[in-house]
Write a protein that binds this ligand. Sequence first.
Ligand code: NDP
Length: 283
Amino acid sequence: MTAQLIDGLALSRLWRTRLTERVAALRARGVQPGLAVILVGDDPASQVYVRNKVKACHEVGIHSVLETHPADLSEDALLARVRALNTDPAIHGILVQLPLPRHLDAHRVIETIAPEKDVDGFHVANAGALMVGQPGFWPCTPHGCMKMLEHIGVDLRGKHAVVIGRSNIVGKPMALMLLQANATVTICHSATADLAHHTRQADVIVAAVGRPRMLTADMVKPGAIVIDVGINRDANGKLCGDVDFDAVREVAGWITPVPGGVGPMTITMLLANTVDAAERATA
Ligand code: NDP
């Protein structure tokens, strides 16, 4: 059996069409949704990510402001910029691209963003809201994964979901979202003994590790749904996920490709959060 593809690009296009309509409705009542993106330093990967985010904003009609700062920007100066954006009525969402240069305390910076403008969903107020099942902004990558699962029509109630990775931006919020959808959730990490023992029992596997093709076909139950969050370069410099795609697709029921899977949905959920923020701020 060859797995069916979950096409993140196609699903993103659908979502972005709907978001364009919501932006038009906001504009019709005089509201222009605005996202501020702050980039500190010249990390090449971060430069690509912020460019893609700004481009996507443009596509759906969100006004975006890209602020680039030199790597030696002081923490006080950065916090002052965030505070200014917090009170800027033209800005509904604020995103500080991570990682930050070492001398800057990412936690302090994120905590300075007003929670109602924290469209990345990293502020403890939003993380806490997810934890207790209250409304708030959900982190974009796991949110995008949930939308992909919804799209294929899987009922997660009673399913066993195994999340590999426990970072604050992907693994942990992913596990909480799956739990909220009534899955039985196992979280694996670098200290997990016998990872394959867990993944082989999974109806749904979300791999968010950052190790090229680490999830191999023998670790997957036939028919399982496999969501690949990883973005890696293999030894030959080729872009790949955490899943050994060619082999796993012969075993799984559904699988996301890399590229063209979770990546585009992550940016789409950022756009959705920004439109939500503008709607909430002006309701
Ligand atoms: P982190 O490095 O923060 O977390 C990786 C997690 O994987 C950790 O919890 C770590 O465990 C766990 N891990 C490491 N090695 C193993 C192992 N051998 N077995 C089991 N678990 C292991 O990464 P992120 O969560 O930020 O990102 C994960 C991947 O997703 C990366 O490839 C990243 O590039 C990609 N990514 C993709 C996005 C997208 O839009 N598609 C967005 C964000 C990230 P421990 O906690 O014990 O160290």
